[in-house]
Design a protein around this ligand. Structure first.
Ligand code: GLU
Length: 322
């Protein structure tokens, strides 16, 4: 059985970029006749709020997107809130630890920021880690341990590799791209990279469709799948939604949030039409519903470059600039 998922972090209002990902993941699964899972990635309790979680569910329903399993309706792989799945992540950490693939990292935020300023130090998600703590002796670890509790990093192998992506093709990565990455933060919070792999495997997800900003993460995640002896799903990384000036939409920008658009009287079909046209599924931004797009959906139609949404026509006929 094909199984897809939408896995939002409830740290703010959904914007058009999140809506695009949700729409495409949903269409992919509905076209395949598979099951759609909604998983809430609320591990970082300092950033996640039940308010945002509820709003995401409301926004998705308003858009006309549904799910077969999720925090509200349960399902065979419950719970669907990551905050309630901690045991599974600890177990995976243990497996990685026993395989000798983890090491404690005592670098402070400041240390890491100065790495970020070094030339060529950046990948999409922040500074590439140079391996400062990779080869500390037991003695050195003990000394540092007294001053600071460590994060845990996953040791990447020394081999080049690729991510096979249904939308981006075979994307090549040089060995150690991005550097060894954190699987557990110093405050004990499990990282997105580890939790997402553990959950996608445990929930039997066969297709992961998400935004292209996460492609570098996928390179990291394929190593975790291997190290944990898990089968990785098929990946597709979809275009990012930008406004005309090329700016990516962000959760902190409330004016472009779905709920703000809804409150200003915009119809959900208008948004679906604008998104579908921006990514190449339909020729013109005509109002449509997700259900009406299922029949003609195919990944081949989705264009490679960013999906530019210039404005959303409001009910009064005045386009709302984005
Ligand atoms: N929770 C992530 C986010 O909201 C997405 C995770 C994923 O789709 O793998 O950006």
């Amino acid at each position: 059985m094909d199984r897809g998922r939408f896995a939002p972090t409830p740290s703010g209002s959904m914007h058009l970029g999140n809506a695009m990902t949700a729409l495409l993941a949903w269409l992919q699964m509905r076209r395949l006749g598979g099951a759609m899972v909604l998983r809430i990635e609320d591990l970082d309790l300092a950033r996640s709020r039940p308010f945002w979680r509820d709003q995401i569910l409301t926004d998705l329903r308003w858009l006309g997107l549904d799910w077969d399993e999720g925090p509200d309706c349960g399902g065979p792989f419950a719970p669907y809130l990551q905050s309630e799945r901690q045991e599974r992540y600890r177990h995976a950490l243990q497996t990685l630890h026993q395989a000798g693939l983890l090491y404690p990292c005592y670098c402070s935020r400041k240390d890491l920021q100065s790495i970020g300023r070094a030339p060529h130090g950046l990948i999409a998600e922040g500074p590439a880690y140079p391996g400062t703590c990779a080869d500390l002796t037991d003695q050195e670890q003990r000394v540092r341990q007294r001053l600071k509790s460590p994060a845990l990093r996953f040791r990447l192998p020394d081999t080049d590799g690729e991510v096979d992506d249904a939308l981006c093709g075979a994307v090549q990565y040089p060995a150690r791209h991005g550097g060894d990455f954190v699987v557990q933060r110093a405050d004990g919070v499990i990282s997105y990279q580890l939790a997402v792999v553990v959950d996608d495997a445990a929930m039997d997800i066969t297709h992961v469709l998400r935004g292209r900003d996460l492609l570098d993460s996928t390179w990291r995640q394929v190593h975790l799948y291997k190290a944990l002896g898990l089968r990785s799903p098929a990946f597709a990384h979809s275009p990012l939604v930008t406004s005309t000036d090329g700016a990516r939409l962000s959760k902190s920008d409330g004016s472009r949030s779905l709920s703000a658009l809804r409150q200003s009287g915009v119809q959900s079909e208008t948004i679906i039409g604008a998104l579908a046209a921006a990514c190449g599924l339909i020729d013109r931004p005509e109002a449509t519903s997700p259900v009406d797009l299922i029949h003609s959906f195919s990944l081949e139609k989705i264009k490679q470059n960013n999906a530019i949404v210039t404005s959303i026509p409001s009910d009064g006929g005045h386009p709302l600039p984005l």
